[in-house]
Design a protein around this ligand. Structure first.
Ligand code: PLP
Length: 397
């Protein structure tokens, strides 16, 4: 039977909903407008206030706010000292930026497989992929769930590796009670509109290490410093600043910082609602043998960014593509996170091949993220569940 004859004829929803969406309220808009009326719209006071706020939220000593999450990863990889000839172990199920930052530095990403139940980087596979050239790990808190920090810390200590945590999904998550942002050597955040809090665009790196902090600050503005102790030709002349290395313009504007400050104030509320929706989904889907629910490690108190359902091919007659298209026709629009990074054609051209991370490839074959965001109404949550059930019932084996 033509699937469109079955799905979308009388869709569960009239208007489509998508896998993620920002929540901008009047006070967010007011905060931006007020900043735009002020004297400084970039490099002003709000960027510093935001950095202090991020330290409060994450428990880190230092925060460096940047233009976006990719810039945060780039600077972290440079500050870590990754360079040509180095290998850096990266999660295979993630957004390409987690691995691209290694390439930016001339180093080679080595992909580690995921744990088939949590979908996070598998510490045992990380250990297998360590060579004498390995310098660090980029570990991703996929969907917001914390990576296995105890295991990764032990590996990093034993092999003298630096841990960069890509926490683009994970602001508000805690590991054994400690907020994400205060655990890894450097933690990178993204404030893109689909993430839990947004600045339109935006990113940050947090660290407890003062010398990494100073390096990140320099690299954010062209490699230029005003600190005499970093200069080759120190002087206290007021106009003088010195470029001491090659950096970038990765600054964030003050109006983005104002939006983020306003949004971070709402993180407890955003987080609570996300946890509430996650509980509802978990309860419903864990009772459906056709659907596999992401497992959580007990150490992670997760503020979820994404909600992934994984199809059980033993219980369904359809492909992931058919299930995805059927949900779409019902106006409950999913997305797939992610193609294993090394299967992007650019990475294939670099010599990476299918078969590298079997768990990641199997995960990719059957998974999709369903609508999940703070401002979802109870009705929208219900509709999403109804659509998943409708499609499941049709394709049930
Ligand atoms: C969003 C995201 C990034 C990149 O962040 P941008 O702010 O879009 O540059 C990096 N890694 C992961 C896992 C992400 O989800």
């Amino acid at each position: 039977m033509d699937k469109l004859a079955v799905f979308g004829g009388e869709p569960v929803r009239k208007a489509p909903i998508y896998y993620g969406r920002q929540c901008i309220e009047q006070d967010d808009i007011d905060a931006v407008a007020e900043t735009l009326r002020g004297d400084l719209i970039t490099c002003g006071p709000r960027v510093e206030t935001l950095e202090k706020k991020l330290c409060e939220v994450t428990g880190a000593k230092y925060a460096v706010v940047v233009a976006n999450g990719t810039a945060a990863l780039h600077l972290a990889a440079l500050a870590a000292g990754f360079k040509e000839g180095d290998e850096v172990i990266v999660s295979s199920i993630t957004f390409a930026a987690s691995a691209n930052c290694v390439l930016y530095c001339g180093a080679r990403p080595v992909f580690a497989d995921i744990n088939p139940d949590t979908y996070n980087i598998d510490p045992a596979d990380v250990e297998k992929k360590i060579t004498p050239r390995t310098r660090g790990i980029v570990a991703v808190d996929f969907t917001g769930q914390s990576v296995e920090h105890d295991a990764l810390r032990r590996i990093c200590r034993e092999h003298n590796l630096i841990l960069i945590e890509d926490a683009a999904h994970a602001i508000g998550t805690r590991y054994n009670g400690k907020p994400i942002g205060s655990i890894a050597d450097m933690t990178c955040f993204s404030f893109h509109p689909v993430k839990t809090v947004t600045g339109g665009e935006g990113g940050a790196v947090t660290t407890d290490d003062y010398s990494l902090y100073r390096k990140l600050m320099r690299l954010r503005t062209h490699g230029i410093t005003r600190n005499q102790d970093e200069m080759v030709h120190p002087t206290d002349a007021m106009w003088y600043n010195e470029q001491v290395e090659l950096g970038f313009n990765y600054r964030m504007t003050d109006f983005q910082a104002a939006l983020l400050l306003s949004q971070l104030g709402k993180l407890p509320r955003f987080s609570a609602r996300r946890k509430e929706i996650m509980k509802i989904y978990d309860r419903v889907f864990s009772e459906m043998p056709e659907i596999i629910v992401q497992k959580e490690i007990p150490e992670s108190d997760t503020t979820r960014h994404l909600y992934v359902i994984r199809l059980n091919p033993e219980r369904l007659t359809c492909t992931r593509r058919q299930f995805f298209d059927a949900l779409y026709a019902e106006n409950v629009c999913p997305q797939v996170h992610y193609l294993p990074v090394y299967l992007h054609s650019y990475y294939e051209k670099l010599g990476y091949e299918k078969g590298l991370c079997p768990n990641a490839e199997e995960y990719y074959e059957w998974s999709m993220s369903i609508p999940f965001y703070y401002s979802m109404t109870d009705d929208e949550v219900e509709d999403t569940i109804r659509a998943v059930k409708k499609v499941t019932e049709y394709y049930r084996k």
